[in-house]
Design a protein. Structure first.
Length: 150
């Protein structure tokens, strides 16, 4: 493993343990060249998931896109990064448990919105407004009424 600080390939593992979610291994490493420490995570490689976008084009699943959308929705909200990561992990578990090779982006969006609704209602509405492309105030109000009626 290359050192992220000096790019040396002389690094070694000094500690290994299961990560918090028990689906990966956390390894502390030491660079023999510069003496700095860093952490790596080892995960089981899953079958690549292909996302079918609205325009019917296809691309490989990218967790980073969900993270970007959720972080934007949670901006200035009382939600910790750990809560966000847990929520995304839950959504990913649901997505991958379907054991499908392809999934429409609409299904991913609905899964994420469902998880986000439980985390923070304001963040949910923010995410939904971008994801569902609300065209006017009435569409926005309809979504708010759904939350208020519960």
């Amino acid at each position: 493993m290359k050192c992220p600080f000096c790019n040396s390939e002389d690094t070694r593992v000094i500690d290994s343990r299961p990560a918090d979610d028990n689906t990966s291994i956390r390894r502390r490493r030491l660079c023999d060249e510069c003496g700095k420490r860093f952490t790596t995570y080892e995960k089981v490689e899953t079958i690549p998931l292909i996302v079918i976008k609205k325009d019917q084009s296809r691309e490989q699943y990218d967790r980073g896109k969900i993270e970007t959308g959720v972080l934007g929705a949670c901006h200035k909200r009382p939600v910790s990064i750990n809560q966000i990561n847990e929520m995304i992990d839950d959504a990913e578990s649901e997505i991958f448990s379907r054991e499908e090779k392809e999934i429409p982006s609409a299904q991913i969006g609905e899964i994420v919105m469902d998880k986000l609704k439980d985390l923070d209602e304001v963040a949910y509405v923010r995410f939904a407004s971008v994801y569902r492309e609300f065209k006017d105030v009435n569409t926005f109000m309809d979504e708010l009424k759904k939350i208020l009626d519960k």
